[in-house]
Design a protein around this ligand. Sequence first.
Ligand code: AMP
Length: 282
Amino acid sequence: MTLYKKKSDLFEKINDIKGKNLIIGLVPTMGSLHKGHLSLVERSLEENDYTIVSIFINPTQFNDKKDLDSYPKNLIDDCRYLESLSSDIIIFSPDIDEIYDKNLSVKQFDFQGLDKFMEGEYRKGHFEGVATVVSHLFKIVRPNKAYFGEKDYQQLRIIQQLVIQNNIPVNVIGCKTIREYDGLALSSRNAKLDLHSRKIASKIFEAINFCRDNYKSKDLEKIINDIDIFFKNISEIELEYFIIADSETLTPVKKITKDKQYRVFIAVRIDEVRLIDNIELN
Ligand code: AMP
């Protein structure tokens, strides 16, 4: 494992790799790595000559300062974790100025409506921040492939759109969500849950599974209503949204049409910790 903090140093390494016509896979992360991240890294190691894992808590994608300040940081453990996977991994963990050059502004994008609902609606400016930092990383790393988790499905669709619209020569690869034994999607934020909150966090997966089990036989509005009542009866969980949407356009739907793909998306707060998840329905 080699750790780079400066993009000028990384540039040299990338030039060397590119000069040899070798293939680079990029896995962008905000650190506090878990098995979900690892599944992306493992896939990149299999499919590329070099894997670069970026570890950068991107300030411009946080609309809530408290959330940013309390985001877990574990660079030393992360480096150890990656080293245990492969000694060839390159880690890029820059300071904020290295990426933003003292100008913490975001670029403007046309996401074709993919940012209109769910995270785009509840975290204003979030995707401009994500797309800005990913654009910077793509310019610095010049990867052939980049790996993103379906856990953040809306983000994955937005990056796919970003690449198409800006003719960026990167193959964006979506990877399956890795879950705990009880279905809770792995997330760096899970570490902020106390024992009790962690236990009831499994209700998130229960809710989206209920939707998957019933969307064929029940009215979607009835399902949404049932889920609303389900969470009203769990005082520790505050439901932010529960939306069934077209997997392609991410537009919420009230009816399912055959030969289209759908997913159910959820965001909740448990004890101040905001958690999101989604699964495919068909
Ligand atoms: P983050 O560090 O939360 O920004 O996540 C970095 C990447 O890991 C993103 O592409 C996420 O979608 C992905 N990721 C996070 N959690 C999981 C998970 N449980 N399973 C698969 N991928 C994940």
